[in-house]
Design a protein around this ligand. Structure first.
Ligand SMILES: [Zn+2]
Length: 85
């Protein structure tokens, strides 16, 4: 997995998590029950997974330096200055 794919996957996971959060009120009718408990656990797992993917794979392919945590990284690594593909 390269850094672009990792960025896309973790962004997609974040969007899914936000969508579920927005829909949760609709599903649970504003009340906490067993189902909403499962949804909250799933959301936390999703966000942890997204953060882990970013932390592990969102790196410069040349020097391994961590890339910024935003979607537009730019064309050059801020650590080694080499072009990112
Ligand atoms: Zn680099």
């Amino acid at each position: 997995m390269n850094y672009k794919k990792a960025g896309r996957i973790s962004t997609a996971m974040g969007i899914v998590a936000i969508s579920i959060t927005l829909l949760m009120d609709f599903f649970t009718d504003g009340e906490l029950n067993l189902f909403s408990g499962f949804v909250i656990v799933f959301l936390i797992a999703l966000l942890c997974g997204a953060a882990t993917i970013k932390a592990v794979f969102h790196k410069c392919p040349h020097c391994g330096g961590a890339l910024p945590f935003r979607s537009s990284v730019g064309n050059f690594c801020k650590h080694c200055g080499k072009r990112l593909e």
